[in-house]
Design a binder for this molecule. Structure first.
Ligand SMILES: [Zn+2]
Length: 556
């Protein structure tokens, strides 16, 4: 019998959407499960990404033994570069997940930092200090997703990661219900389970359910088919590639993430690309439109993404015209509604037919379990304690209530924890412990040539050292032209010859507006982002400063 306690320490993703991260501590050994990011909402314009505050792990960095990754979605791996730049620990995950992490590390120029990436296959068991971790295959909207069964001296914990129970996955790799049941039979101390879709009744549709809708689209489309979906939706991309081959169309992947992720998936044998089916971006307009499928990144209307550029006719190799069909095969991430609907407006203006939203058969299916599947997992695992994870408070409490309705499970207690609230378990049982410090860090990823030291720019440092700049631009709603010269307001932004620099900065803003198309100028989101990027590059080059830049567009 041990008198050490086990602590479950949520550092992100509980009681909030995204940036999933959870630490487990037994004595002096800590393992971390996932290090995700959150996409900033519109009111956080001026930063590129939001990550958990890893203060707890930084304070305890000598105890951190490993980072375990459940799958390659950004809300599970996106903060990995920032965590690893502060805390060095070996990383474990499936080869596909690790390849996506490696790509992120390279983008942040961290590939030379001593990071050890250790590929693990489902079914494999690894030992890390007092923890024995088994990776269990689950089905999700990304390939190579796993749940974790973690054996500790006090009992077994199961962390589901993100999952749905897809009975007919496109790669025929089934959710490993068997292993879940095995652990359940032997006794599970604590279950941590995905709550994202707890408010949906029944079962989430199989990935294969989108096939009839796509068949219909491929049959009817007269011109080009332009599809946007998550670049990591390898199952979806495979179905698109298959249908393109069957209907005699060639496929062009467009956008940085689409190109690199499909290349990774293909090199790992997870995406089958038939000979001769790919079309280079620069050849898209050279062949008849009815022979083309463009698959573009930018499902969320991100202003600089391939899809958003195509929508405003600002893409070098793709333009839309009457007869083309655009398919948004993805969900709307909460907070992105405005940007996405703006993009759909632009596409419609070009005369293309846009297919998006809820329909039957669906053009998109979720990767998260509905309440039926969540009950199935609870029934298989039959844990002593239960903690719902991944979701806002409403989702966590609904998942807790769902478990509460299943009296036959004999769950001793369910804890609704929010980020920072610790659960402690010892040989007497589980109870709430003391909170740990948590928070959100806003990170401005800057230009590509930035150095590692500049990587983690906390908003505090931003404001105290580099200040902020607010370019104010008035745009005439009718003419789409700017009214008068842009004004620049700044605070705490010091340089040797500040006023001259700001005058030149105003000119940079004016040029950005001039270069933009009337359509871009009429879209506050797009023009704000363009101004921010250009100004950031200019200030960084001229003054080596990284002020927070918050463009304000006044429509007059
Ligand atoms: Zn996911």
């Amino acid at each position: 019998m041990t008198d050490k306690k086990l602590q479950v320490i949520p550092l992100g993703g509980l009681g909030e959407f995204g940036m999933n991260c959870l630490a487990l501590r037994y004595g002096d050994d800590i393992i971390v499960i996932d290090a995700g990011m959150m996409f900033p909402e519109e009111d956080l314009l001026g930063v590129d990404i939001v990550t958990p505050d890893f203060a707890y792990l930084e304070e305890n960095k000598q105890h951190v033994r490993a980072l375990l990754l459940t799958h390659g979605h950004e809300d599970h791996i996106g903060a990995t570069p920032f965590l690893l730049s502060e805390v060095s620990a070996p990383v474990y995950g499936t080869p596909f997940t690790l390849a996506l992490v490696e790509r992120r590390l390279k983008e942040h120029e961290l590939e030379d930092v001593n990071v050890s990436l250790n590929p693990v296959k489902p079914g494999e068991i690894i030992e890390i200090g007092p923890f024995k971790v088994e990776f269990i295959h689950v089905t999700h909207s990304i390939v190579s997703a796993v749940a974790l069964a973690i054996t500790t001296p006090l009992g077994v914990l199961i962390h589901t990661g993100d999952f749905k129970v897809d009975p007919t996955p496109t790669d025929n790799l089934l959710f490993d219900l068997h292993t879940f049941a095995e652990y359940g039979k032997r006794g599970v101390l604590l279950l941590l389970s995905d709550s994202t879709n707890v408010d949906r009744p029944g079962y989430t549709q199989s990935e294969r359910a989108v096939r009839p809708r796509f068949e219909d689209i491929f049959t009817r489309a007269q011109g080009k088919i332009v599809i946007t979906c998550f670049s990591s939706s390898v199952h979806r991309l495979q179905q698109i590639l298959d249908l393109a081959a069957e209907s005699g169309r060639k496929v062009a992947f467009v956008g940085r993430s689409m190109l690199s992720v499909t290349e990774i998936a293909h090199s790992q044998g997870l995406l089958e690309i038939r000979d001769g089916i790919l079309l280079r971006t620069q050849d898209i307009m050279a062949i008849p439109p009815e022979k083309v499928v463009v698959v573009a990144s930018g499902t969320q209307g991100e202003p600089m993404s391939a899809m958003a550029r195509i929508a405003v006719d600002d893409h070098k190799n793709v333009y839309l015209e009457k007869g083309d069909t655009v398919v948004l095969s993805s969900r709307i991430i909460p907070g992105n509604e405005k940007a996405i609907y703006r993009m759909i407006n632009h596409i419609s203006r070009r005369g293309a037919d846009v297919i998006y939203g809820n329909m039957d058969p669906p053009v998109h299916v979720s990767g998260h379990a509905s309440s039926g599947e969540l009950k199935l997992v609870l029934n298989l695992v039959r844990p002593r304690y239960f903690v719902p994870i991944h979701g806002e408070y409403r989702q966590l409490s609904k998942h807790a209530a769902l478990a509460g309705q299943m009296a036959h499970l004999g769950i001793e207690e369910t804890f609704i924890l929010e980020t920072g609230q610790v659960l402690e378990i010892d040989h007497r049982g589980a109870r709430r412990g003391d909170d740990v410090p948590v928070g959100r860090l806003c990170i401005d990823s800057g230009t590509v040539d930035e150095v590692v030291e500049d990587l983690v720019i906390r908003d505090r440092r931003h404001l105290s050292e580099d200040g902020f700049i607010v370019p104010i631009v008035a745009i005439n709603r009718l003419t789409g032209k700017s009214e008068g010269a842009p004004e620049i307001v700044s605070r705490g932004f010091v340089s040797e010859d500040g006023s001259d620099l700001l005058r030149r900065a105003a000119r940079v803003v004016a040029e950005t507006i001039e270069r933009a198309s009337p359509e871009e100028r009429s879209d506050a989101g797009v023009i704000q982002e363009k101004i921010r990027r250009d100004l950031k590059r200019f200030i960084n080059k001229e003054a080596s400063r990284r002020p927070l830049i918050l463009p304000v567009i006044l429509e007059v």
